[in-house]
Design a protein around this ligand. Structure first.
Ligand SMILES: C[S@@+](CC[C@H](N)C(=O)[O-])C[C@H]1O[C@@H](n2cnc3c(N)ncnc32)[C@H](O)[C@@H]1O
Length: 273
């Protein structure tokens, strides 16, 4: 959505944020030193693809372990990027190699893990198993360069969604893409980070949506539609009563049961027609 908007419209100022520090780290590395990132990632791709299937699997778990055991001082990282946002500079070609390596691991795992999932266990360790792909494109150089180009004019920050309120006024358009509310008790995938995004979090986010509305900005939010599972479940209809709630057909393939992959209804909620 973000990259689409940046390509289609002339936007004066733009911001992205997420509370996943590694996602924000990766965006920052792409923004500031994609050349180094591409060199390292390309080499990793070559080494990986030279291996036969079983060896690739071993390699995947070695890299997953390295990612899970790498020590990162997130506070240092957050301070660093907050300062570079403040001074509006994107010329940080000498980010610590450890950070570049972490971004490389992050992309490598995303491209080689099962279904491109990102999931952490309760100890904060990435626990997605190996994905079987014939010929995964791990280092998509052209795409990474295009992303860098777009991120050059983007303020990127880590934190809870509430942190973005500072940047919102009546001229803003805000897109909220929260963890989807699980459709049933077995599909309880709400963990992109160690904290769970539960119904209370959805309610806090709805309050935030209303605050954005009061500030005069346009706001759009997407979420799962509980009525796929239970027609009587009006959780979001009640939470966002009075706003535009549109049900759209979406193709989803992140489901462990292949038969359940396909078009399902999802929600787009807006404060404008
Ligand atoms: C559906 S994903 C969207 C990711 C991203 N927009 C994308 O398209 O790649 C939901 C995101 O919400 C983030 N998240 C979870 N809790 C959050 C919070 N309290 N504040 C900000 N972001 C949060 C997760 O880290 C995850 O990246």
């Amino acid at each position: 959505m973000y990259f689409y908007l940046k390509k289609e419209y002339q936007i004066l100022e733009s911001y992205i944020s997420d509370n996943n520090s590694d996602l924000i780290l990766t965006y920052n590395v792409i923004k500031n030193c994609s050349k180094y990132l591409i060199d390292i990632l390309k080499e990793m791709e070559t080494q990986h693809l030279l291996k036969a299937e079983e060896k690739r699997k071993e390699n995947y778990y070695t890299i997953r372990d390295a990612y899970n055991h790498q020590e990162v001082d997130y506070q240092e990282l957050i301070n660093y990027f907050d300062i570079s946002n403040d001074i509006g500079s994107s010329d940080h070609t000498r980010l610590p190699l450890e950070w570049i390596k972490r971004a490389v691991y992050f992309i490598f795992l995303n491209k080689t893990c099962y279904n491109g999932l990102y999931r952490l266990n309760s100890n904060g360790k990435f626990n997605v198993p190996f994905g079987r792909y014939k010929n995964p494109l791990i280092c998509d150089e052209e795409n990474l360069m295009e992303v860098q180009n777009i991120l050059k004019t983007t303020v990127i920050f880590q934190g809870d969604f509430s942190k973005s309120l500072n940047y919102i006024n009546e001229e803003s358009f805000v897109y909220l893409d929260p963890p989807y509310r699980p459709l049933n008790s077995t599909s309880n995938f709400t963990s992109y980070s160690t904290g769970r995004f539960n119904d209370d979090s959805q309610k806090k986010l709805a309050e935030f949506f209303k605050e954005i509305d009061r500030r005069g900005a346009r706001v759009m939010l997407s979420n799962s539609d509980p009525q796929n599972q239970d027609e009587q479940d009006n959780f979001f209809d009640e939470l966002y009563c009075g706003y535009e709630i549109e049900r759209v057909a979406a193709k989803r393939n992140i489901n462990r049961d292949a038969k359940k992959r396909g078009a399902i209804s999802e929600l787009i909620i807006r404060n404008y027609p």
